[in-house]
Design a binder for this molecule. Sequence first.
Ligand SMILES: C[S@@+](CC[C@H](N)C(=O)[O-])C[C@H]1O[C@@H](n2cnc3c(N)ncnc32)[C@H](O)[C@@H]1O
Length: 240
Amino acid sequence: MNLSARLLSIANKVNQSSNIIDIGTDHGYVPIYLCEKNVIQKAVASDVSKSSCDKASKNILEHSQDTRISVIKSDGLNSIDTMGFDTVVISGMGGKLIGKIVDDSVDKFSNIEYLIVQPQTDVEYVRRKLHDVGYKITDEDIVLEDEIYYNIIVGKKGNEIYEKEIEYLFGKVLIDRKDKMLKSLLEYEIIKSRDIIKLLNESKTENAMNRINNINKYIILLDETINSILIKEGLDECFM
Ligand SMILES: C[S@@+](CC[C@H](N)C(=O)[O-])C[C@H]1O[C@@H](n2cnc3c(N)ncnc32)[C@H](O)[C@@H]1O
């Protein structure tokens, strides 16, 4: 099975011989791919929606007929026994929903060594959530697919807090690595923010002025992050 760049990046974060639970699996492609490649020993492909569970079951039958994948209809981890599993994947959902799924079943994560998340929104919130529930952020990637930037974040059991706001906003791992895709994302965010300011400037309402103030503060953080990466490396060309 060929995965999209986003799903491939998620799948590549799963360790050899893992036992995974893919929450909100929908099509089930990640567990199917990982079984095909013999990366994992077993998987639960789970979704709150019956039609998504049916879709995953159909795809499993069509692609691999793999008996190592069980499909379970569940709201988050509510109907899933996590014993015997070490990795949870939650991808393609809003960051707040990912946070809620984790909060609703925090006890069930006690044996989950790795939590791999790909939030569609609220990435800063998700980084803070990982730290709040006892995961260190050990790896991150940014993938550009169909002109959308996606963050993939790997949490490993352990304690950690970041000191700077920009580390939660844009990812300490990415900043430290002087990640090329992070630089591209930050530059895109600056252009987008300036375009929004231009539009808001036309309206002149109090609400518009407040939004401009907030966007300007955000641009300062974007600049600070770009500069901190450049200062660390010295040369723009040295981005990975
Ligand atoms: C956009 S799809 C993402 C599918 C896949 N994980 C991916 O990254 O491509 C989001 C899926 O999450 C499921 N979902 C939403 N809330 C959920 C919850 N509370 N528990 C389990 N699945 C949920 C939806 O039914 C949907 O199939």
